[in-house]
Design a protein around this ligand. Structure first.
Ligand code: PA5
Length: 445
């Protein structure tokens, strides 16, 4: 189970103010649980762990098996934002660090596209596709987002040219709205298998829908264990209590922000497999809270690497940040440091100790140094980084995000600001219907 420890913040905050923030977080918890707050038509994510039907997983496994029968060894998952980051995060967290170099054949490699507009990226993706047996999952809730639509046009043409229209229709699966959008229309016309992004689940809360489930299953990981871990968190976090980890996390981060000028939260990990967990978390909190002129800026570091780059700033720079450390109690593999008769590197004092022990001491030493440097520390911990605990982390941060954003006083479930760049881009690209905007934007250049 996910645990939250805020002892590393206590030297910085007034106890009575913390109690007050906990009261506000409990009120926010009630708003979330009453399902009457702002954005309450987007609460479908709350019960996904316990409500996801077994048949949905079986349908995803049927796609995986169909592609296996065709010898597919490369799945291109196309999507951006919430239609990308959850699956990317899960696959990175659960994969062998060197799966590619070991050329593991137990499942196809899943690569991602449609999350940028880099021409080089797409050209090089096609270099890879030409060498491999390819299938594609195209994911867009709206079905109209430009980046994935551009990538899909290119990948679709490639698959059709290589395999023919009929086989292409079995190699392409779409995940989109049940009824609306260009991708739904195209899928119906081309006869693609489709999965539905539920109406009441926003992109950044969609990792436990087919948006995350199909790529995770395609990559060969145990999605049932992820859902089981999330279900345990769903049950535990539903209890209203000042000790509820989501309430504690929301209360402390809002207090640090509102009363102590801590405008930046850094999510810290000590395992390279968690790098994309931070990317997923940044979208979840950035899009949910950054509005109405408010919000904690979500940032991240990957330690111990970033202790040698960002460490200086965190220790001694402008005191605007606090850290939330993802603590993984036990490594799943063991590497013990050996003895060297010459001891030229003077590391014999570590002989017999595990690398993870050194990692934990680096983590603890950093925590204490950063407390001394004026950086409050929240710790979010799990027993190990496996599918079950990853599911728990997903649900914990989603639920806590709802509580925290309501405590902050914003609607956690909309993202009106995302449209601004799109309007400018369409005007600059001369999209039909944007003629006036094109004229206006040209005057600014
Ligand atoms: O959280 C969100 O809603 C966004 O990040 C979307 O997921 C992202 O913009 C992609 O949208 P769509 O799935 O409609 O292509």
């Amino acid at each position: 189970m996910v645990k939250v420890d805020v002892k590393g913040c206590l030297p910085f905050v007034d106890a009575a103010k913390y109690e007050n923030s906990v009261k506000k977080a409990l009120d926010a918890f009630d708003v979330l649980e009453s399902e009457k707050g702002a954005g309450n038509d987007f609460l479908g994510w709350k019960h996904l762990p316990t409500a996801t039907p077994e048949q949905l997983i079986k349908d995803c496994e049927a796609v995986r098996d169909c592609w296996a029968a065709k010898g597919v060894d490369l799945v291109i998952a196309i999507g951006i934002g919430g239609s990308y980051l959850g699956a990317k995060c899960a696959i990175e967290a659960l994969s062998h660090n060197f799966a590619k170099q070991l050329a593991r054949k137990d499942a196809p490699e899943v690569v991602f596209a449609g999350n940028n507009l880099s021409e080089e990226y797409l050209a090089e993706l096609m270099d890879l596709a030409k060498e491999r047996n390819v299938a594609c999952i195209v994911i867009s809730k709206s079905g109209t987002t430009t980046e994935p639509a551009v990538a899909f046009r290119i990948v679709k043409q490639f698959i059709e040219e290589r395999y023919g229209k009929a086989d292409a229709a079995e190699r392409i699966v779409a995940i989109t709205d049940a009824a609306r959008g260009a991708l739904k229309t195209l899928s119906t016309q081309e006869g693609y298998k489709t999965f539905v992004v539920p109406d009441d689940v926003g992109g950044r809360f969609s990792v436990l829908t087919p948006v995350g489930i199909l790529p995770i299953v395609a990559a060969g990981f145990d999605v049932r264990a992820i859902l089981k871990g999330a279900a345990e968190a769903e049950k535990a976090l539903a209890m209203k209590s000042a000790e509820n980890p989501a309430v504690v996390y929301a209360a402390m981060r809002n207090l640090l922000y509102a009363e102590y000028g801590k405008k930046v939260e850094i999510l810290v990990n000590y395992n390279p497999k968690l790098q994309y967990f931070a990317e997923w978390w940044k979208q979840l909190y950035g899009e949910s809270e950054g509005k109405d002129g408010k919000g904690i800026f979500p940032a991240s570091v990957n330690n111990t690497a970033d202790l040698h780059s960002m460490g200086q700033f965190i220790q001694e720079g402008d005191r605007v940040m606090f850290e939330t450390v993802l603590h993984v109690e036990k490594a799943l593999r063991s590497v013990v440091i050996g003895t060297d008769p010459q001891n030229l590197d003077q590391l014999n004092f570590l002989a017999g100790k595990s690398v993870e022990h050194c990692n934990h001491m680096a983590e603890l030493g950093t925590k204490l140094a950063h407390i001394d440097g004026g950086v409050p520390q929240i710790e979010v911990s799990v027993p190990c980084l496996d599918a079950f605990n990853l599911g728990g982390l997903f649900y914990f941060f989603e639920f806590a995000c709802g509580v925290s954003a309501y405590e902050l006083g914003v609607n956690p479930f909309n993202q009106p600001g995302v449209e601004a760049y799109k309007k400018n881009m369409f005007a600059l690209l001369e999209k039909p219907g944007y003629e006036e905007a094109t004229k206006a934007i040209r005057k600014r250049l």
